[in-house]
Write a protein of this length. Structure first.
Length: 499
């Protein structure tokens, strides 16, 4: 059986704890790999390596850093398929979706390649007599990233490229459910010329996470995951004096007004709700239909959903793969099973779905629930699976109030032909990312990603300008130099005397 070990100091380091976790192929249900789970002592060792590497990397020139990053970008581009294959094998998403994940991660590497511009400081001259003031940004030291299973390549690349570009060293703790992609990213970074110890991958579970949160030499922690864990990360790491950005869960809404193009809205709802099997924090999991369009919209969504082909991720004809684990599959199914008892109309029931020849895979079909109430479990909880809830509202105002009442505020969208309504929506809605006739408003790499309310804990969004600021701290330098004409007598500085 394959074993995934740590990547520390530019090389593979075998696990020393004696503890291993299973890694399953979601399409077959077979355990194909085991992953080493780090002890607190192994966390200490990894952080020590990163701390030592910071002594030189933190002082390196921007030219040296960007040279590595440009080479890294080229290697990632050349290895897109290899990375995607690892994602398919351990996460289960279809190959095209995995390739898209790698492409979105590459955007942040490209942003990091331009770090010379991002780190330009500010200068004010002559604020007083021969006094100048400069503002600069410097790295923090050792920083850590704790990333989820649903995007095992993209989310790490949201973090470490900017962190190392700004001069920090990085310890990545990826999900133990699909760990191989993280090791591949680190191996390619070393091949690109990143010095040993600058990027380290430490596999583990709660033991490793808690050790990172408490470690005195870890200056900052980035996290993406569920809201309860994000809250714990933020509370614990902050109590230990660390800078924290902890992105939590979501219940993203799509408001569809009566004037919207319903075919476009239905297409968007299907791709946003069921893409990547709904295992993404930017999935649209609630559609709010305004006015009399509800029945027609639901029918259009159903017609499209019934045509989605579900199968193994390595089958090029598959449009949706399995869920990450059998336990998660069963949890998602429980929301569909309980929906009718809580007042919903089950338009499509995807539970009990299997794929011929892969009966032991973690399969579930697409589910569509109509007339869902806001107090039902299927609406209140982040299901993280291919389940779409449809709610009804009589007016635009009622729909906005419904969305704003949610404790989550990650992303939202409106579908309408009315520019005035769209403008009101983007100003009135309480969410960090807004789409107008765009179902999944994930910002491009040079803008920042992050939500409001229970979807974000900490002051900084991830990547973009916020990412650069998170991984650096500001310093203001005030200088005053005597004029050369005031040099002591007898000292010739090579400047003409002004008499």
């Amino acid at each position: 059986m394959k074993t995934v070990n740590h990547w520390i100091g530019g090389k593979t380091v075998e696990g020393a704890s004696g503890n291993y976790g299973p890694v399953t192929d979601p399409a077959t249900g077979e355990v194909t790999t085991r992953v080493a789970l780090a002890s607190a002592a192994e966390v200490d060792a990894a952080v020590a390596v990163a701390k030592e590497a910071f002594l030189s990397w933190g002082q390196s020139s921007l030219a040296a850093r960007t040279k590595v990053l440009f080479a890294y970008r080229a290697l990632l581009d050349a290895n897109r398929d290899a990375i995607a294959e690892l994602i398919v094998a351990e996460h289960g998403k279809v190959h095209s979706d995995a390739l898209g994940e790698v492409a979105r991660g590459l955007e942040i590497v490209e942003l990091a390649c331009g770090i010379t511009t991002q780190l330009k400081g500010e200068l004010s001259t002559s604020v007083s007599n021969r006094v100048d003031v400069a503002a600069i940004r410097q790295p923090l030291g050792v920083v850590a990233g704790i990333t989820p299973f649903n995007f095992p390549a993209m989310v790490p690349m949201w973090m470490f490229p900017l962190a190392v570009a700004t001069g920090n060293t990085f310890v990545l703790k990826p999900s133990e459910k699909d760990p191989s992609a993280a090791n591949k990213l680190a191996e390619l970074a070393t091949e690109a010329g990143l010095p040993d110890g600058v990027l380290n991958v430490l596999h583990g579970d709660k033991v490793a996470v808690d050790a990172l949160l408490a470690h005195p030499d870890v200056a900052a922690v980035s996290f993406v995951g569920s809201t309860p864990i994000a809250r714990h990360i933020h509370t614990t790491a902050s109590a230990n004096g660390k800078r924290v950005q902890a992105l939590g869960g979501a219940k993203n809404h799509m408001l569809v007004l009566p004037d919207a193009d319903l075919d476009a809205a239905a297409d968007a709802a299907v791709s946003a709700a069921y893409g990547s099997a709904g295992e993404r924090c930017m999935a649209i999991s609630a559609v709010v239909a305004v006015g009399a369009i509800g029945d027609e919209l639901v029918q259009k969504i159903r017609e499209r959903a019934e045509k989605i082909k579900i199968g193994p991720g390595n089958d090029p004809t598959s449009e949706m793969g399995p869920l990450i684990t059998a336990a998660h599959r069963d949890k998602v199914a429980s929301y569909v099973h309980g929906a009718a008892a809580q007042g919903a109309e089950v338009v499509l029931d995807g539970t009990g779905y299997t794929v011929e020849g892969h009966e032991n895979g973690h399969w579930i079909g697409l589910s569509l629930l109509d007339r869902v109430s806001t107090d039902s479990d299927a609406y209140r909880d982040e299901i993280f699976g291919p389940v779409l809830c449809v709610l009804r509202a009589d007016t635009y105002e009622e729909g906005v109030a419904l969305i704003n009442a949610s404790p989550f505020g990650n992303g939202t969208a409106i579908f309408t032909r009315d520019g005035g309504a769209a403008r009101r929506f983007q100003l009135e809605i309480q969410a960090g990312m807004v789409g107008v006739n765009v179902p999944i408003p994930v910002p491009v790499g040079y803008h920042s990603f992050g939500g409001w309310k229970d979807s974000l804990f900490g002051d900084h969004h991830i990547y973009g300008n916020d990412g650069v600021h998170f991984y650096t701290r500001g310093k203001v330098v005030t200088t005053r130099w005597p004029d050369p004409s005031e040099a002591p007598s007898g000292v010739d500085l090579g400047f003409p005397r002004n008499h």
